[in-house]
Ligand binder design. Sequence first.
Ligand code: PGA
Length: 254
Amino acid sequence: MRKQIAAANWKMNLTYQQGEKLLDEILHEKHALGAQQQVIFAVPYPYLIMAKSEVANEQNYFVAAQNCHHKKSGAYTGEIAVDMLKSIGIPYCVIGHSERREYFNESNQELAAKLDLLLEQEIQPIFCCGEPLSVREAGNQNEFVEIQLKESLFHLSATQLTKVVIAYEPIWAIGTGKTASSAQAQEMHAFIRSVLSKQYGAEVADSVSILYGGSVKAANADELFSQPDVDGGLVGGASLQSAEFIAIIKALKK
Ligand code: PGA
């Protein structure tokens, strides 16, 4: 079975102390994960080392950065390079979140460069894609997401692609309380897998974990994660509350 992943995206929330307390509460639950299950905490940069040491003795619990720069190094004041993440042993990095695409004008081409740098350093990218409301209302969501995938991912080799986790996050569902129905999520996830299959073959496409993101919470996680092509979730708001996130972890397919 593909990896089933519950990924917490803290975004720009919580102080260091609050973050440490939240991790303590979640890990205190001592929820043992199956061999194919993973929990990933995407925390703000200054908390990465703390979070990494919190999960150090936990099987299949990991940390992720929420972003990285698309250039290797240099005069980019305030930015964080992939090599820096590597040097502190970070195994995952979220890229292309819709908030970064929208507020920081990240393009598909920049994301392609980030993917190369991450894969070179053997950091697994969690690549976000997803359409805005206007595109969904016009019925063009498939074409929109296909272009995001093609322009950022399709230069990768099949072996490289198997290292990428994809997160489908319809923008109209992020932080709005408006979740895609499980049927809408399944339909898009199956479409994404078919696009990957055309380019890389069915075996590679079947091995890629595709997470759903957008108002995932304890109350809808079971239903969403039970869909055959939904391999877990990327969770914003609900990942900031221990009880909610623990319930989401427990909803992962076994
Ligand atoms: P949300 O955010 O769960 O608060 O909707 C998801 C995300 O942006 O990754």
